[in-house]
Design a protein around this ligand. Structure first.
Ligand code: FNR
Length: 181
């Protein structure tokens, strides 16, 4: 089984990208989880699309998503919503319009997020639901909301409780993917 986990942060020391890597480390046996970032994706601009088509970085990401059995979107929380970087990538991935369904329709998708704050990106994840509904994904109902990330997640270290939480959550997601296939 193959899962891709996309971090919505471009920051080199990002907690969300670190969480994507932790997922890769904690993936259940028989599951390859590939952590990805959104570097290289320009701001969506209809003129750019008309002039140059879909950017290479978007086409590559789309290929990764389509080849995977499951998609994890790991969102930071900015002002109670998902960051523009992540929304921008989702918008590009729905272009041209006929690509939306093959990219997202019925795709087994899970939401996660990490923040140094107290609420684990709950608001960003809730806000993302309206977009994911539009995209038509098949959403895993399990929550993974990492609060106080600076205490549990560092570049080369994660605390044991978080490791266990991530590992159980992923096992649930894998089960969810298998049930639907
Ligand atoms: C934040 N941050 C933040 N955190 C939170 O829990 N709720 C929020 O609404 C916000 N709002 C917010 C707005 C903006 C513009 C920034 C830059 C930051 C803090 C945020 O969670 C923190 O910077 C994380 O470290 C961002 O994720 P990465 O880059 O570590 O993955």
């Amino acid at each position: 089984m193959k899962i891709v986990a996309v971090s919505g942060s471009l920051r080199s020391e990002s907690f969300n990208t670190r969480l994507a890597r932790l997922m890769s480390e904690q993936a259940p046996p028989g599951t390859e989880l590939r952590p990805l970032t959104l570097h290289g994706i320009p701001l969506y601009d209809g003129d750019l699309e008309e002039r140059e088509g879909i950017p290479e970085a978007v086409r590559t990401l789309r290929g990764e998503i389509k080849a995977a059995d499951g998609l994890v979107l790991i969102t930071p929380e900015y002002n109670a919503g998902m960051p523009g970087v992540l929304k921008n990538a989702l918008d590009w991935l729905t272009r041209p319009g006929e690509e939306m369904k093959p990219t997202f329709g019925g795709r087994k998708t899970a939401l996660a997020g990490a923040t140094p704050g107290a609420w684990g990106t709950a608001l960003a994840q809730s806000g993302a639901l309206i977009n994911l509904r539009q995209l038509g994904v098949h959403l895993y109902p399990g929550y993974l909301r990492v609060s106080k990330a600076h205490e549990s997640l560092q570049a080369d270290w994660a605390d044991d409780r978080l490791k266990e939480q991530v590992s159980k959550w992923l096992a649930g997601f894998v089960e969810f993917i298998e049930e639907g296939s």
